[in-house]
Design a protein around this ligand. Structure first.
Ligand SMILES: Cc1cc2nc3c(=O)[nH]c(=O)nc-3n(C[C@H](O)[C@H](O)[C@H](O)COP(=O)(O)OP(=O)(O)OC[C@H]3O[C@@H](n4cnc5c(N)ncnc54)[C@H](O)[C@@H]3O)c2cc1C
Length: 272
């Protein structure tokens, strides 16, 4: 991982003033209707060869639930443009964060070029892909779909939620595992949180996870000691549909599966 620029090194600071529960938007507190605002980028970094992340300022009045999405607007060479983007960090953290898989679109080129001090537009929060704080959780991420799930894991750790959480995280190759260090840190801070990595490509020596596509066996392994977990699935539409089918075939009720499909990505060729 290469740090391009960052306001402060290490882990993001915790929110230290105010009521973290109200500020986090736990329940519905602190979350108003969607609104639009412009904020400055405070940090930008390359997470993997094809994933780039930015942190932007968070207005004191902005709350969101763990983890909704917003529209992110940037100035491109062909004018202002916006994409729906999941928030990639917990509402308990001081900044907003976004991570995107890079492409040759004007939007992505402008996203990657953002530097501290540049302005972006944010409209949100939107969506109901939100952690149920009362039930065990199985998070299933395909590639860039990690963004809202990493935010959920941060949220659970920051608020010491008493629910077990398992994350199945599938990537094509080891160097494409975004947020690997951050997830390991969360595992250390929250003994109820565990990550199961899987690679669809060939692993290097010492790979700590499994190899192959997410299958019934891996889903069962993640959930084996959990009582009536909710499954949260995030990634490209093709990824989300295939995991949804596996879960339904395994007898998981539709109301116990929540999905965030990153529409805009083709079903094939972009996922893990
Ligand atoms: C709720 C939600 C959350 C999301 N969160 C994230 C996130 O956290 N991170 C992230 O990276 N993405 C996220 N996305 C996806 C994101 O909004 C973009 O759609 C995605 O990143 C692709 O943007 P792009 O600029 O690279 O591609 P675009 O240029 O917007 O292309 C989008 C699609 O249109 C096709 N296309 C483009 N131009 C043409 C053309 N001329 N002719 C035919 N087809 C064309 C492309 O092949 C592609 O399939 C999310 C989407 C949703 C709905």
């Amino acid at each position: 991982m290469r740090l391009i620029d960052r306001e402060a090194g290490g882990q993001p600071e915790r929110v230290t003033s105010g009521d973290p529960v109200a500020m986090s938007g736990r329940g519905h507190g602190g979350v108003g209707p969607p609104s639009g605002f412009r904020v400055a980028v405070v940090a930008a970094r390359q997470l993997t060869p094809t994933v780039h992340a930015i942190e932007v300022g968070k207005p004191a009045t902005f709350g969101f639930r763990a983890i909704q999405f917003t529209f992110l607007q940037v100035r491109t060479e062909v004018g202002l443009d916006a994409r729906p983007m999941s928030l990639a960090t917990s509402p308990t953290r001081p900044h907003l964060e976004y991570a995107a898989r890079t492409s040759d679109s004007p939007f992505k080129r402008a996203f990657v070029a953002l530097r501290p001090g540049d302005e972006v537009g944010v409209f949100g929060p939107i969506g109901d892909f939100v952690l149920d704080e009362t039930r065990p959780a199985v998070l299933v991420a395909g590639g860039i779909g990690i963004t809202p799930l990493k935010g959920m894991a941060e949220y659970a750790a920051d608020l010491a939620l008493p629910i077990p959480i398992r994350l199945i995280y599938s990537n094509r190759s080891e160097d494409e595992v975004a947020y690997r260090d951050e997830l390991a840190t969360l595992e250390n801070h929250n003994h109820r949180f565990r990550v199961l990595h899987t690679l669809t490509g060939a692993p290097g020596p010492g790979w700590p996870g499994t190899v192959g596509r997410i299958d019934d066996h891996l889903l069962q392994q993640a959930a084996f000691d959990l009582e009536e977990p909710v499954h949260y699935v995030s990634g490209t539409p093709g990824f989300v549909v295939s995991v949804w089918r596996l879960l339904r075939a395994a007898g998981i009720a539709a109301e116990d599966i929540r999905v965030e499909a990153f529409r805009g990505y083709a079903s094939a060729g972009v996922g893990p």
